[in-house]
Design a protein around this ligand. Structure first.
Ligand code: ADP
Length: 401
């Protein structure tokens, strides 16, 4: 079965076509500036087929973006399928499933109503995700649409991990609690780390460190999430590219009063102007920070130091939460590609019995150990693949219809 995977944002739409018989990517790309002037990229993964990188492709709405995608996929010369009927289903990434969704589901009226109910919890993403779903329904009538939620994997957390110490009525009235995000990535890591390590997955304690533009950690005990660092929204936890992560909540009132700005202004500052960008004043990109720090920029180095420290502290917290840890996995843009970041974080982990092998850490490649042979806790790099999780769920649900 061939599955079209869609990740729709407010003005962008990422897509990937996967052949699930071989679990390989046939084509992928990006529609940007939807509703503005439309930019379209298409990258076929089959030799001899040409890429597209075009500006000014009319895309007043997401529906035209989906149409442009389908046109490219079935193009007689550079397409990768003969007709749209080859697409068995679409899998959609949806940011927030609230408490409604503990797993992926077929999009029907009930599912759409539940996604809408979660709009207040994910005001920036959920409406855009739903727009992508509705556009696909419109352009591809009869093709099953499946919603896969970033929060679903974390729904196994115990109450003590997800209830905030606020008046309980806020949980009851507004479902104000920890949800956690990057769930599809952490779920991929949970499965593949257990497979890679061998042994009984039900007995493994794993800490998944998804370190990218947005970063979160997840404590996985016996394949199930028991805690995670993001919260009601993806702002909580470790500092990120532009997000501050967890700070004393009173900071908000204090800075609003000092600067004469509103809570909304402060929310934007904490989401878009904080994190390693805010501390360094240089960049949100870890490669830029590394370069600047090497050239002696002290605040770039400080931003990196804070990041490593906070990630290491969270690992310590999760080892405590699970009363032990067998494997620590690094994944996503930074986790997969930065030996420096991994080494700096691992400097804090000696007490756990986690010993990094510098030579293995310097190598590139797929799933691999980076700890020494006798390290008690295994350190691993496992490249994440959220699209594959979405596509697998989509196939499972379509097959069960
Ligand atoms: P997103 O959360 O947007 O999916 P990614 O997982 O792609 O983000 O991660 C993006 C981050 O990964 C950027 O900060 C980028 O600097 C960082 N990154 C990518 N390659 C490297 C590298 N070789 N060294 C350090 N950081 C890297």
């Amino acid at each position: 079965m061939k599955i079209l995977i869609i990740n729709a944002g407010s003005s962008s739409l990422k897509y990937q076509l996967m052949d699930m018989d071989s679990e390989t990517v046939m084509a992928k790309g990006l529609c940007e500036r939807i509703g503005i002037d439309g930019k379209f990229t298409y990258k076929p993964q089959i030799e001899g087929k040409a890429k597209i990188d075009a500006a000014d492709v009319p895309m007043p709405t997401h529906a035209e973006a989906i149409k442009a995608t389908l046109d490219a996929l079935v193009d007689p010369q550079n397409g990768v399928i003969a007709s749209m009927s080859e697409i068995g289903a679409c899998g959609h990434r949806v940011l927030h499933g609230g408490m409604e969704f503990t797993q992926s589901c077929l999009v029907d009226d009930k599912c759409i109503a539940a996604i809408k109910k979660c709009f207040p919890l994910g005001p920036l993403h959920n409406p855009a995700n739903l727009t992508g779903i509705l556009a696909c329904q419109d352009v591809m009538p009869g093709v099953p649409q499946i919603a896969v939620f970033d929060t679903a994997f974390h729904q196994t957390m115990p109450e003590k991990a997800y209830i905030y110490a606020l008046p309980y009525e806020y949980f009851e009235k507004y479902q104000c609690r920890r949800y956690g995000f990057h769930g599809t990535s952490h779920r991929y890591i949970a499965r593949h780390a257990a497979e890679f390590m061998g042994g009984d997955p039900a007995k493994l304690k794993i800490i998944s460190c998804h370190l990218g533009n947005g970063s979160s950690l997840c404590a996985i005990d016996g394949g199930k999430c028991v805690d995670t660092s993001m919260g009601l929204t993806p702002l909580a936890g470790v500092p990120m590219g532009t997000r501050c992560g967890s700070v004393d909540p009173s900071v908000i009132k204090y800075i609003c009063d000092q600067e004469g700005i509103t809570y909304d202004d402060m929310d934007t500052i904490m989401n878009k102007k904080s994190g390693v960008l805010g501390v360094s004043g240089v960049s949100s990109d870890f490669r830029d920070l590394g370069d600047a720090a090497e050239q002696g920029n002290k605040r770039a180095q400080l931003a990196l130091d804070i990041f490593h420290y906070e990630v290491a502290k969270t690992i310590g917290a999760y080892a405590a939460a699970m009363n032990g840890v067998d494997g620590i996995v690094f994944t996503a843009g930074i986790g997969e590609n930065s030996p420096y970041t991994r080494a700096e974080i691992c400097k804090y982990l000696g007490y756990l019995g986690a010993e990094l092998d510098p030579e293995l850490n310097a190598l590139r490649g797929d799933n691999r150990y980076i700890s020494t042979a006798d390290s008690r806790v295994k350190l691993m790099v496992i490249p994440t693949n959220e699209e594959l999780v979405i596509a697998r769920d989509t196939v499972d649900i379509v097959n069960s219809l």
